[in-house]
Design a protein around this ligand. Structure first.
Ligand code: AMP
Length: 420
């Protein structure tokens, strides 16, 4: 029996990886331009970090974590999101004592035990950014602008930006009360998960996908009507700056996001060309998380985008990565006592910076020529025994079909001049 990849994971094969690396490259360029520096954190952390950071009333913590005991009986968890790790690193390396805001980005795998379907996996990848140490609404807008700039550069302009404000610890309790009061008569009709959410996390009922819960949530009080003065001013500024940047958005009062730590602004960008799993990215402000993790009170804002979703949207719209450099030269080799000399030539060409392929199957000259044209090699170098004994090779230009004899002494320089 063949062992297959675990459910909800996927291999990235040649032919797919080019587009993947291109997306990463575009994202890295955009992040750098906006002043964000890359951070790489471990793929696993102490379980406690996520329990404390993300919140123990969330699906991610309750149902979706890959948690295990290591051989030293420590409880570790494969990271189910990126923000908690960045906050941990910010504290561990005392970044709060340097110049603020600290602007960081990351790209890497994320693990959640979810029911796999198109666009939803158990190992997936996020690219995300966090700005810590400022409550300026300009940073909320920078996050939105930066995230959609990545998608715009990839050629994906068919998206919708949803924003909402879910208030802060000052105004949210009153909103939660109003929401509970509204939902109380409908409690029996809610799905089991929402029934459980009612006490601790009633906001999540608003974005439940179950039809009965959506019905129950229709007409529910809106968080924007319960904002305290500071949250109101902040949200007004966010909208004013979005307008100033010419970014169109929709106010979506049902948008609450899945994780507990959000405060004030939350946002999501949805692709119009994807089906059920249409969220390209999500983010928001989390002014209480750093303190929750044991640090000084530090406002912050961030976002995370799904790489696989970006791939699906690119595929959907037939957008390819710009073509990468192909094979410069295919060296036709024969299994004879001159093979060492041929392999040395291949090596020399590669050291000179050319992309070079050769034969490893002892194929006929005709089969090797076929292989070279299948690879779209720009040149073929034929090293016959007679040629090598005279220190020359046959050089064939595969576009023009012109073939000529070239001294080995000038070959590398000539190919560098023509192809590099
Ligand atoms: P979240 O961390 O849940 O806010 O998700 C941020 C983004 O990550 C989403 O908008 C999706 O693009 C992507 N994402 C979340 N969960 C998954 C998953 N299970 N599989 C693939 N992409 C995901």
């Amino acid at each position: 029996m063949l062992v297959k990849a675990p459910r909800g994971t996927a291999d990235l094969l040649p032919g797919q990886i080019e587009r993947w690396r291109w997306v990463e490259e575009v994202a890295r360029d955009v992040f750098r331009q906006f002043g964000y520096a890359e951070i790489v954190t471990p793929i696993f952390e102490h379980t406690e970090l996520f329990e404390r950071g993300i919140g123990d009333t969330t699906d991610v913590v309750n149902k979706q974590m890959y948690t295990f005991l290591d051989r030293g009986q420590r409880s570790l968890t494969l990271r189910p999101e990126g923000t908690a790790s960045v906050v941990r690193a910010y504290l561990e390396h005392h970044m709060y004592s340097g110049p603020q805001p600290v602007k960081l980005f990351y790209i890497g795998p994320i693990f959640r035990y979810e029911r796999p379907q198109a666009g939803r996996y158990r190992q997936f990848h996020q690219l995300g950014a966090e700005a810590l140490g400022s409550q300026d609404p300009a940073l909320d807008v920078e996050m939105i602008a930066m995230s959609i700039e990545i998608f715009r550069r990839l050629g994906l302009a068919d998206f919708l930006v949803h924003i909402n404000s879910i208030g802060c610890e000052v105004c949210r309790p009153a909103y939660k009360d109003a929401l509970r009061a509204y939902l109380q008569p409908k409690l029996d009709g809610l799905c089991r998960t929402c029934f459980e959410r009612y006490e601790k996390n009633p906001l999540r009922i608003l974005d439940c996908k179950v039809a009965a819960c959506q019905d129950a949530a229709k007409g529910a009080p809106r968080s924007v009507d319960y904002l305290c003065e500071s949250c109101r001013e902040h949200f007004d500024a966010v909208q004013k700056y979005l307008d100033a940047l010419g970014i169109s958005y929709e106010l979506n009062e049902m948008l609450v996001r899945g994780l507990d730590y959000y405060t004030k602004t939350v946002f999501e960008v949805e692709s119009r060309s994807l089906g059920a799993q249409s969220a390209l990215l999500g983010g928001g402000r989390y002014d209480g998380l750093v303190e929750e993790c044991g640090g000084p009170s530090t406002p912050a804002v961030g976002f995370a985008a799904g790489m696989e979703r970006a791939m699906l949207a690119l595929e959907e719209q037939g957008i390819q990565a710009p073509s990468t450099r192909g094979v410069d030269a295919f060296v036709v080799a024969f299994a004879n006592d001159k093979r060492g000399q041929v392999l040395a030539l291949v090596h020399q060409l590669r050291q000179a910076g050319l992309v070079v392929e050769t034969d490893y199957l002892q194929r006929s000259m005709k089969a090797q020529m076929k292989a070279a044209s299948r690879m779209n090699a720009a040149r073929v170098i034929i090293c016959g025994e007679d040629e090598l004994s005279r220190d020359v090779v046959q050089l064939r230009d595969m576009t023009s079909g012109v073939q000529e004899e070239v001294p080995l002494a000038t070959l590398v320089e000539r190919l560098r001049a023509e192809l590099c």
